[in-house]
Design a binder for this molecule. Structure first.
Ligand code: CA
Length: 229
């Protein structure tokens, strides 16, 4: 796991959000460097090699999406984006540009912690986890089997592929485009109805109440997230 030397770079111009984040991150013993400028942020990314970037999309000197695009030319470090509720489209653009996940402002400490946990697991993970367990749901990637309350559930090959992509990104958002591209190919990026059909089937198989899913969560307008808790 990550040590106390974990370095976080925080690029955010809103003082209140920055203070909230900094006190939480410091509380974990992590090292936080902060700036309100995208330009300074990019320099720090190059020179300081942080372990994680938390990036506000609306910066005074530069669009956060530009920061991600430039960063991705030289680094694949995990990026958690902060966005205003009104900027639905920019969240998708940020994910397409290479961000790993987002938090919509205002967010609470619980949400922040679960995102950080998922992102940091991605950094520290050496071998992919074969067995994913959350609540009553077990997904065995080694055996390609799914169980609910220890009963095996029969799933189709496409349903299995959806689940395995979500497991590999457990706790993190996966965009509709990512899923469509990986499963059906680049020519089907707009066929969101495919996903809706398969997700509905999957929920009927694994959720106690498919109308109020506990595991397979919808991120409205963006994609899906496999819940870990
Ligand atoms: Ca801002």
């Amino acid at each position: 796991m990550l040590s106390n030397n974990t370095k976080i770079l925080l690029i955010e111009d809103d003082l209140q959000t920055r203070r909230f984040l900094k006190s939480n991150l410091n509380h974990r013993g992590w090292n936080v460097t902060e700036t309100d400028s995208g330009k300074t942020g990019l320099t720090l990314l190059k020179n300081d090699a942080p372990d994680l970037l938390i990036l506000d999309l609306g910066l005074p000197d530069m669009n956060g999406i530009t920061v991600i695009k430039r960063l991705r030319q030289f680094s694949d470090l995990p990026v958690l984006v902060l966005s205003a509720r009104s900027l639905e489209q920019s969240k998708i653009m940020a994910l397409d540009a290479g961000a790993d996940d987002y938090l919509t402002k205002p967010f609470g400490i619980g949400e922040l912690n679960s995102r950080l946990q998922a992102l940091l697991r991605r950094i520290s993970k050496t071998a992919p986890q074969e067995l994913f367990v959350t609540g009553e749901l077990t997904i065995d990637l080694g055996k390609r089997k799914v169980f609910v309350a220890e009963q095996e559930v029969k799933i189709s090959p496409i349903e299995y592929r959806i689940l395995s992509i979500l497991v590999k990104n457990a706790g993190l958002v996966v965009t509709q485009r990512q899923l469509l591209k990986e499963i059906w190919g680049a020519e089907h990026l707009d066929d969101n109805h495919y996903l809706r059909i398969y997700m509905r089937q999957l929920r009927h198989k694994v959720e106690a109440n498919p109308a109020r899913p506990r595991y397979l969560l919808t991120e409205t307008g963006v994609g899906y997230r496999l819940s870990e808790s």
